[in-house]
Design a protein around this ligand. Structure first.
Ligand SMILES: [Zn+2]
Length: 149
């Protein structure tokens, strides 16, 4: 770390302690050239996971939004809040495994659909019809046929 007094870049850490909440580490350093002491702080870099929307805009990944979408699809269906919470957890974990920076909203939609597919077919089709914005009825029917066949 560059000494603020003489500009020398060599120092030794004489004390290092973590803040009470563990959010930063404070280090006391001593310049090896001029012997003066100074303090540095170390923080974890927080890079929010961003979702790329259809229009190209970005917004922070928000698990509550995912949950709201699943709840809406499961309305009046025999799906418990426990099952919904588990599905949201799994989607979030998959998202985090795939990226730590950006993910397309359509990819999140696909992950949610995979979960709903296992959970409840009506919820799945409801979600798919909104999410995929089926352009025509035949596409929608094809999805439905997976369950009717
Ligand atoms: Zn110095």
């Amino acid at each position: 770390m560059k000494c603020p007094f003489c500009g020398n870049t060599e120092d030794k850490v004489i004390d290092s302690r973590m803040s009470a909440e563990g959010q930063n580490t404070r280090r006391r350093r001593e310049c090896l050239k001029c012997g003066r002491r100074f303090t540095t702080y170390e923080y974890v870099e927080e890079t929010p996971l961003m979702v790329i929307k259809r229009d190209g805009n970005r917004q922070r990944f928000d698990r509550e939004r995912v949950k709201a979408g699943i709840i809406k699809a499961c309305e009046k269906r025999p799906v418990s809040m426990d099952q919904i919470d588990t599905a949201v957890d799994e989607v979030e974990r998959k998202v985090q495994r795939e990226t730590d920076r950006e993910i397309k909203s359509t990819r999140i939609g696909d992950l949610v659909m995979e979960k709903l597919y296992d959970l409840d077919e009506v919820a799945y089709v409801r979600f798919a019809s909104v999410y995929r914005r089926f352009k025509d009825v035949s596409h929608f029917m094809k999805e439905l046929e997976k369950f009717l066949g």
